[in-house]
Ligand binder design. Sequence first.
Ligand SMILES: [Zn+2]
Length: 132
Amino acid sequence: MIEYVSRSGEPEAMNCPAFICDACRKQVIGPGNILWAIRLGEDAERASSPLYVAHKGRCDQAVTALLEHLYPFDEGWHSNLWTEIEAFLGPLNNNAVHAFADDPDGTYHDHALIQPGGIILPTFASPKGELP
Ligand SMILES: [Zn+2]
C-alpha cells in the first residue's frame, strides 16, 4: 500500500509517503509494481479493489496469489492487473490536478471499492455526489 512512514532523521522528523510492499512489508525503492483487481461482470456491480504494492519477483507473485484468493475469478473478479510504479506515477501526478476531459466533475470512477473480505467502505456523499 501507499503509506506514511514516520522518520526522525535530518533535517527534521516528518511523515513521508512511501510504497510499502504488501508481501514483505519493506519499502519498495526502485522497481516495483502496483496491483489491483476489478469486477466488470454483467450480473454484479462494477467494483475494484484497493491498490496493492509489491517488489518485482517473489513478492509480486505472492501478492498476485493473494488477490486471486481475495477477489476470486468465479465471482467475476479479474485480479491479474498491474503496472510498474514508475508508469503509475506520471498519470497519478497528472490526474491529481487535471480532470478527465469527459468527466470534469470527477464522477467517472462511480463504482464500489471492495476491501478484502468483501467490505464496502461507506460513502458520505449522496447518489448525486452531494456531501451532507
Ligand atoms: Zn517485497
